[in-house]
Design a binder for this molecule. Structure first.
Ligand code: COA
Length: 174
């Protein structure tokens, strides 16, 4: 049940200890065909390397990670990256919104998105941006939560199978 699943922050030390689980969530998304920067054939090692690359930002506070946890198992992630530009102290990017395929369509995506928006407000970041494949599950999620599409770029990214796909770009003031 989604209600028994907790949404909480993960610090860098715990994220490092749980790289295998985080990697498994990312690999599950790519294997399911989600366009989240990687191509089919993505390995567990590559997935863990991606998350390892996020750790220093989390440790220094320029990046924040939220997870969905069922019992002692991670089942979802979302990352808030604070814009580093001195003239954009109010902006942040949302990324790696991932729910294990076994746990989708139970409201976890909505909960993670609400939580990351609340976290952004706490961080003083009131303008959020993200992008996703046009027509994807993420696209529907963001539209349903009041995100505003400000453009679509045809052929912006390859699908996991290497086919050019359109990306929709969104912002939200929170
Ligand atoms: C996008 C993603 C995070 C959404 O996660 P999720 O947990 O399935 O999201 P939710 O359950 O909150 O909502 C998804 C759908 O389930 C529906 N839903 C929510 N609770 C439900 C329930 N109890 N019963 C039936 N349907 C339900 C929602 O209405 C929504 O429907 P829609 O897609 O037709 O609009 C997930 O699909 C995912 O990880 N996709 C792969 C990675 C990806 O593409 N991420 C976005 C990249 S930016």
């Amino acid at each position: 049940m989604a209600d028994s699943i907790v949404i909480r922050a993960l610090d860098a030390a715990e994220a490092e200890r749980r790289l295998a689980e985080l990697g498994a969530i990312l690999r599950d998304a790519v294997e399911g065909g989600a366009s989240v920067n990687f191509l089919a054939g993505f390995s567990q090692d590559e997935a863990e390397a991606f998350w390892r690359g996020q750790l220093s930002g989390i440790a220094e506070g320029s990046r924040h990670m939220l997870v969905a946890e069922e019992g002692d198992t991670l089942v979802g992630t979302v990352v808030l990256t604070l814009a580093p530009q001195p003239n954009q102290p109010h902006r942040a990017d949302v990324g790696k919104m991932l729910v294990l395929s076994s746990h989708r369509r139970r409201g976890l995506g909505h909960r993670l998105l609400d939580a990351v928006e609340a976290l952004a407000r706490v961080q003083g970041r009131t303008l959020l941006m993200l992008d996703t494949t046009l027509g994807s599950s993420g696209d529907r999620l963001y539209r349903s939560r009041g995100w505003v599409e400000y453009g679509v770029v045809p052929g912006h990214a390859l699908s996991t199978l290497g086919v050019p796909t359109a990306t929709a770009f969104f912002y939200k003031e929170v």
